[in-house]
Write a protein that binds this ligand. Structure first.
Ligand code: TXA
Ligand code: MG
Length: 348
């Protein structure tokens, strides 16, 4: 049985203490963060962490992020070998930045999938911070979805995926970012972005001076072993086949309408994922709007929940328009391409 705690209107400390003690004693607690909902376990207990892999159906070789509520907790998990770590923490914590560092022995191997490094972040969400503080242990937490599905940005998504597989789900309303944290690796000298997220390349460069994207981010899936193991799996996938139609606005609109017609002729149900500015060009009862093409934040907040909405609509295909956007759209583009398993039709 899963206990659901409603914290949308604020924290009830008696209930949160209960959730925190369940977490500390080895239970699973799903909680909101500013990025997506996390599925938490006591990061110091190997058996508790094992339950995360079971509940999500997650591959064992994909490491988990450890969440902390204070700088003191960082010392329990990781070695700080480098002053750049302090610079990043000062500037971005609490916030959507995960820093990969050499791990301490207190963190069991299943948290890091056997790696000698650990990803750590301090979330900027009051419920998450209070939960971790009250549990008084670092909390290992991947996104609280079944592996391969879109990440949860509302408690109802967690309920959909994990009801009766976890001990507690805390409902803190909608996540403010809606895309996962930026993961930056500082364990090996050069700072490398392993996963784009809400904290941009430019923001990191401003603090660090030197930083680069990992090959896996730049080139997509290359077949070599990615440094961030999570980047190689099927991800965020809706039930329907998602196809990205990329190109100039007028061309992509024409292409989508042409493809839609052909698919509907074969009796397929076709969803459209588009922007406010272009929506009037598509005539469909299965049309969902990502946001404004000038507002990466808005689109990022909506993506995962819209992919789940298409599952409810029962469409067979989703045709999603895309173009050339600035780096603000990179995290969104990265998730979208993965959700589409790199199924992209380019129109010139
Ligand atoms: O915003 C977020 O980061 C959310 C919330 C819940 O905090 N969490 C999240 O966790 O997205 P997850 O497990 O879905 O993604 C973790 C990512 C994976 O791509 C994983 O491979 C990478 O972080 N990662 C974790 N530890 C790592 C390590 N030691 N070295 C390299 N990559 C690591
Ligand atoms: Mg995830």
């Amino acid at each position: 049985m899963t206990i659901i705690i409603d914290a949308k209107e604020g924290i009830d400390y008696e209930k949160l203490e209960k959730a925190a003690s369940i977490l500390r004693e080895g239970g699973l607690v799903a909680f909101p963060t500013e990025t997506v909902y996390g599925l938490g376990a006591n990061a110091l207990l190997k058996d508790a962490v094992d339950k995360i892999f079971w509940a999500k159906g997650r591959p064992q070789d994909n490491p988990l992020i450890v969440h902390i509520s204070s700088k003191e907790m960082l010392g329990m998990c990781a070695e700080i070998t480098d002053e750049r770590v302090y610079m990043l923490i000062e500037r971005f914590w609490p916030g959507p930045l995960t820093i990969v560092l050499p791990k301490k022995n207190s963190i069991p191997d299943n948290v890091t999938a056997g790696l000698s490094t650990v990803g750590v972040r301090m979330p900027a969400n009051k419920i998450a911070l209070e939960l971790i503080r009250l549990s008084d242990v670092p909390v290992a937490a991947p996104s609280a979805n079944v592996s391969g599905k879109p990440s949860p940005t509302e408690a109802k998504h967690v309920i959909e995926d994990l009801m009766n597989k976890v001990d507690v789900i805390i409902d803190g309303g909608k996540c403010s970012f809606g895309l996962e944290s930026t993961v930056v690796d500082l364990s090996g000298g050069e700072a490398v972005i392993l996963r784009p997220g809400a904290i941009s390349y430019y923001a990191l460069k401003e603090v660090l001076g030197n930083i680069e994207y990992s090959k896996a981010v730049v080139e997509g899936l290359t077949g070599t072993v990615p440094r961030s193991p999570g980047m190689k799996y099927k991800h965020y996938a809706p039930d329907a086949k998602l196809i990205i139609v990329k190109g100039r606005i007028d061309k992509r609109i024409d292409k989508i309408n042409e493809m839609k017609k052909k698919l509907e002729f074969k009796a397929h149900r076709v969803g459209i994922l588009c922007f406010y500015e272009t929506a009037h060009n598509f005539d469909s009862q299965y049309k969902l709007i990502l946001g404004s093409m000038f507002d990466a934040k808005e689109c990022g907040r909506n993506l995962f929940s819209l992919l789940r909405k298409f599952n409810q609509l029962g469409v067979d295909y989703i045709l999603c328009e895309w173009g050339e956007f600035n780096l603000e759209f990179l995290a969104l583009e990265n998730r979208l391409y993965k959700a589409a398993a790199n199924n992209i039709v380019e129109v010139l």
